[in-house]
Design a protein around this ligand. Structure first.
Ligand SMILES: C[S@@+](CC[C@H](N)C(=O)[O-])C[C@H]1O[C@@H](n2cnc3c(N)ncnc32)[C@H](O)[C@@H]1O
Length: 322
């Protein structure tokens, strides 16, 4: 079962859990984050839907964090960063969501002041020293110049327009302030599972399966399911959606059409979010280009890979000084 940042809590039955390569490849820099798309414009409301669907306090941490032992590695990363900060440092968390990274920092250093910014309607939690500004884009933050001692981001800043975000970050950080970002790695489990899920969902809701279900052919639905299972053996949505089609194959054509449309619209937000994930995740070449934009605003930037104990990549670790 997928456990990435877009996967629902395990017991959640709704289909907001699904959806390859929309990544616009510009003529210039490969994977340039600078060109806007229709999905970009819809991103705040997509993310708001995401947070609204899954805003269950006891599940926030589990859901949004890295699966398996990667979570401890990520927490350790933030704890180390927290320890280096000056007393009562004021830290801005970019694309904070429900403030998971900030909460880990506070667990290590209760004297810190964390300010999270997120353009979505994220949950605002009652946590001492954590203030979340929702509806706030990273590219235009409502803060005075030089008011933060440090910046962090856990799978947030890579979704922003990096040139504008870099300039804005440079404005709100004090000169010499440290920053640390964990950025989606194209070969991480989160990104690979998300990509597989997105492709599986797209195939489930289009092409042969759609034709088979809408024309009421049970044998063809079973064949499509088998073929999808072979290609996506680890994707639970293949069975879930195929069963849904199989159980409803005897309904009238109009009912089948309505059921298919309902499923397609339930799944659409997740497909779109998974497309955003695919677009913002970085290969080695892509992270290099991305860093150039950040370097224009910062005094120094370095990058390494944060890995599980087994060696698999979790994220790019991008750090530096304003
Ligand atoms: C993958 S979630 C990560 C949330 C949180 N950091 C966590 O680890 O749980 C990405 C978050 O970035 C936010 N986001 C994306 N682009 C943004 C932008 N340009 N300005 C502000 N927030 C943004 C989204 O709304 C979403 O909440």
């Amino acid at each position: 079962m997928a456990t990435g940042p877009f996967a629902p809590p395990r017991q959640h039955t709704q289909v907001f859990t699904i959806l390859s390569r929309p990544a616009q490849r510009d003529g210039g820099i490969v994977g340039s984050p600078l060109r806007a798309s229709r999905t970009d414009a819809a991103a705040p409301s997509l993310w708001s839907t995401f947070w609204q669907e899954f805003c269950l306090e006891d599940q926030l941490h589990e859901r949004c964090h890295v699966p398996g032992d990667g979570r401890a590695v990520v927490d350790q990363h933030w704890a180390q960063f927290a320890r280096k900060l000056p007393p009562r440092a004021h830290v801005v968390d970019l694309g904070c969501g429900a403030g998971i990274a900030g909460r880990v920092l506070l667990g290590q250093r209760a004297d810190l002041q964390i300010t999270g910014v997120d353009f979505a309607n994220v949950p605002v939690l009652d946590v001492p020293n954590l203030t979340i500004h929702r509806g706030t884009p990273i590219e235009a933050m409502p803060f005075n110049d030089g008011c933060f001692d440090a910046a962090i981001s856990l799978f947030g800043v890579e979704y922003a327009k990096i040139e504008e975000a870099g300039r804005e970050l440079a404005r709100v950080l004090k000169p010499g302030a440290p920053f640390s970002f964990l950025v989606h790695h194209r070969e991480s489990e989160i990104v690979c599972e998300g990509s597989m899920r997105r492709r599986a969902l797209r195939e489930l809701l289009s092409g042969n399966m759609r034709t088979a279900f809408l024309s009421g052919r049970a044998t063809q639905v079973a064949q499509c399911r088998q073929s999808l299972r072979l290609r996506y053996p680890a994707e639970p949505m293949v069975n879930l959606v195929s069963d849904h089609f199989r159980l409803n194959i005897g309904r009238s054509r109009a009912e089948r059409q309505a059921l298919w449309q309902k499923l397609a619209s339930d799944v659409e937000p997740e497909v779109a979010l998974l497309s955003l994930l695919d677009k913002c995740a970085k290969s080695a070449a892509e992270v290099g280009c991305w860093l150039i934009y950040l370097l224009t605003s910062m005094a120094s930037v370095s990058v390494s890979v944060l890995r599980r104990r087994s060696g698999e990549p979790i994220a790019w670790r991008v750090s530096g000084l304003r």
